[in-house]
Design a protein around this ligand. Sequence first.
Ligand code: C2E
Ligand code: CA
Ligand code: CA
Length: 772
Amino acid sequence: MTFSFNRRSLITRLVGLSLLLLLFVQLAGFFVVRDSIARNARMQIAREFDTGEKVWLRLLDQNAEKLRQSAALLAADYGFRSAVSSDDLETIASALENNGQRIGAAMTALLDTSLRVRAISAQTPGADLSATLASLAPALAEPSQGGRIVLVDGQPYQLVMVPMRAPLVVGWVLMGFPVGAPLAEEMQRLLGVQLVLQVRRADGSLAAPVSTLPVQALQMLQGMKGEIRELEAGGSTLLVREIRLDAVGGETRVLLLRSMDDVVAPYRNLQLLLAIITVGGVLLFALGSGLMARRLTTPLRSLLFATQRLSRGDYSVPLEDVERHDEIGNLARSFDRMRVDIAAQQAEIRHLAYWDRLTGLPNRENFRDSVQQSIARSGVGGELAIITLDLDRFKHVNDVLGYAFGDQLLKTVAGKLADVLGEASGVVARLGGNEFALLLEPGNPAQATELAARVARCLEVPLAIAEQTVDLSAGIGIACWPADAQDVDTLLSRSEIAMYVAKRKLEGPLRYDPAYDSASTQTLSLLTELRRAVDQGELRLFLQPKVNLADGVTHAAEALVRWEHPQRGLVPPMQFIPFAEQTGYIRQLTLWMFEETARLLATPAAAGLRVSVNLSTRDLLDLELSARLGRLLEAHGVPASAFCLEITESAIMDDPQRAEAMLNRLSEQGFKLSIDDFGTGYSSLAYLKRLPVDELKIDKSFVMGMETDADDAIIVRSTIDLAHNLGLSVVAEGVETAAILERLRALGCDEVQGYHISRPMPASAFMEWLRK
Ligand code: C2E
Ligand code: CA
Ligand code: CA
């Protein structure tokens, strides 16, 4: 048993408290019993005293009766009577003495009719005995029931006096007995009561002529004054009852004494028994509680261990005590239910953490683990490869055809990839969103390239889902172990780098090349530097004129950013704008451009000029955009109508609803709005008509190709016509030759912008150019 008396434990406290209560109750009981025993003993003794008092008086009566009979016998004795009548004193004296001796009287006397002592016989003759008797005689002559107690010389005597009649009273016979030890001893024998007869002598001192008490106790008693109820002597308590005696010649009282101990003795055994039972009970209780505690703590302990196991994540061991029918059983059962539920949830969570719900494929984490294990398995000389692919335009598909369709498409692609892998050993996983990966193990670079090509080919087959046909394509990257990377994370990220390069270049599968990596690290460091570009004043505002073909005058220009990098020199926007867009930094850049433009427009020289500023997706999704621009306008005192905001189709299509709302606000604010790079996206003119747009900018790729490509010429022409039909003005950008300019003029294009007119130039140069 590992049950220990930890002072703080619940059990110890419970048992301790119960024991204490038990002890308290038992003690209270003990005292009540002791008290009532004492009370009962006193009552019993009081009753005994009542009896004792009666017996004592009775004994005195009996004695007196005996005396009276003897005295009467003597008084009737013929010889004695004749001696009295003849006044023969000698005979009288001897008769008195003989009779007295016969019945054991201490004194015998004859008194004449006038109660004078005529003759006396006494065992202890004292000089004043006759005188004493003479003084007592009148009282004795009175008829009384018992014999009178008379003190003679401090000794109590019981005296009787009977008349001698002939027939007239001729004298009195008096007889006396000492009230002494025999009487007291008889009392003790009969009732077990001690007796003390106390007498106050003439000199006031207290004497105890009769006593059955031990000397010491008697001395203590004699020392006590007033009424005595109890006497403590020899370690025991004596109860005392006082009986006043009607005595002649001094104060006399009889004290009955009874020891409490004797009366209580039988109860003492009872009390002892009770004490033994109490001790036994407490021991039994302690033992019982201990056993109970063990029954309670052992399962509690096992519950405790169980919860500790649960918190360690070990859900396999079922709980004990589930069969019990008590509270412990309930607790154990609910703990066990919890264990089972948590285990199930853990399994579920683990599944969610490692598997992709939609396709049922392993997720990125799971794939990473698989690759890691493969690397560990392959060892020296082994080879494996991973292929990652990112579906093109997936977001577009989701937006246009709905998410359910998008999900279906992902599932189909997952199935196709599994088919492509076929018998080859490996893993297909969905890394997230529209990104998938394949592990080929074992697999050398040639096999990996071959597999990647098959993946690309299978994606070329248009997908038919729910009566819709979708052309799929993807950027595909390959990275081989151990040639391209030594560890799983580098391998994965290099495969993804290759994949992004493939995507950007719109090429087929590409194997990782260290050159890709340096390009991306370069852009990364560029990005950190870009953050400081605004603060350090490295950005420049360039302007490119827009010429109105109707009057040949420049009323407008496009604001284009340049970065004058301290080391790299002038960095073209295409090298940092895309990254600024990815990180959201573009918003600060846009505001900087907008403010620089506002500052320029606020100068008198720029009166009547309208400048176009480029907005990106991130700007458009910023709910605060119109408020921010409004504040800048106010700060520089420039009207919104002096600005045109250029937005590409794709920026609108990223989140058409929000973009539309923002465009409406900007338009209401007074800004002119222009659709940039028109023709490269998918939006229809009919859709654009809904937007508060003022201008279309035909993308430079079409404009530049007008002369050589018939298709481009048709696109430019029809765009101009359609835009005019919708009431929009048309700008052609990328005008590099006079011939193109003339063709555009012929087609009715409103404005032109391009190197043929002027390259973008610093703001000051532009103002100079304007003046000429
Ligand atoms: P974009 O908005 O289409 O700007 C027009 C681009 O065409 C400019 O390139 C301009 O220099 C170039 N261009 C103008 N005329 C001709 C021509 O005759 N022939 C050819 N080949 N190109 C011509 P740039 O300045 O390099 O800007 C490239 C892109 O960077 C811009 O395309 C725009 O998307 C972005 N960008 C530039 N500045 C900003 C800016 O301040 N904010 C934002 N959000 N994007 C900007
Ligand atoms: Ca533009
Ligand atoms: Ca453009």
